[in-house]
Design a protein around this ligand. Structure first.
Ligand SMILES: *Cc1c(COP(=O)(O)O)cnc(C)c1O
Length: 223
């Protein structure tokens, strides 16, 4: 089991490296966040044994339960958050990728020491999909302004989940738009790209890709 996970991790890393090379980028600037929301603790162990240093969960409770078990890695909270669960993310996450409301920013900030503010990505819903979280492109500026003085968080970039696509290339325009938007706001972090399209995301400047299924981490039976 560990062997197949290690192989999957190596394959994803190689694809990230090739995409970075095509774009003239240093693969070292791209963080592979292994999304573990579908899998059990054995799979988490296998990923860590394979050298993964960054893990992602989209449920705050799962993050709370798992992060204390694996303290040598960085845990990323990647899903939408309700204020009543902000303490789990503030307490356990190395980064939060789905900031889309002032109330959540305030709840996180108040539970985090100003000496170690939580790095956050503002989630942007570029296609205006009703089913997805995130602010509209023109909502980024107002949200950044509203959270700028909160001592316990630090906005480091933007995140997006593009519309479900038939082909990886279909995501390119959304990733390009997110990169432009980040530039307009002086932000350098770009959390974009999943199993479906992470190579295109790397070509368009992703600094963090969030890959679950592509690491063989769909069900414990498959790893
Ligand atoms: C599940 C999830 C991912 C990973 O998606 P895969 O298709 O498994 O690679 C990435 N980002 C978010 C926000 C997720 O919830």
């Amino acid at each position: 089991m560990t062997g197949s996970v290690a192989g999957a991790v190596a394959a994803v890393r190689a694809r990230i490296a090739s995409a970075a090379e095509r774009a003239g980028r240093d693969a070292g600037e791209i963080t592979l966040v292994a999304v573990t929301k579908y899998v059990d603790l054995d799979a988490v162990r296998a990923l860590i044994a394979a050298g993964v240093t960054d893990l992602g969960e989209n449920q705050a409770q799962q993050l709370r339960d798992r992060a204390p078990l694996f303290t040598d890695v960085r845990w990323h909270a990647i899903g939408p958050l309700q204020t009543n669960k902000a303490r789990y993310v503030a307490g356990h996450a190395a980064a939060f990728h789905a900031l889309d409301r002032v109330e959540v920013a305030e709840a996180l900030s108040s539970r985090r020491p100003a000496s170690s503010p939580l790095p956050c990505y503002v989630q942007v819903n570029l296609a205006g999909e009703a089913t997805k979280a995130g602010v509209a492109a023109d909502g980024v500026g107002p949200l950044l302004a509203a959270v700028a003085d909160l001592p316990g968080i630090e906005v480091v970039g933007l995140m997006t989940m593009p519309p479900l696509a038939a082909a990886p290339e279909d995501s390119r325009r959304w990733f390009r738009r997110l990169a432009e938007l980040a530039g307009e706001h002086g932000l350098t972090g770009l959390s974009m790209g999943t199993t479906a399209d992470f190579e295109v995301a790397v070509e368009e400047g992703a600094t963090a890709v969030r890959v679950g299924q592509g690491l063989g981490t769909v069900m414990s039976g498959s790893v």
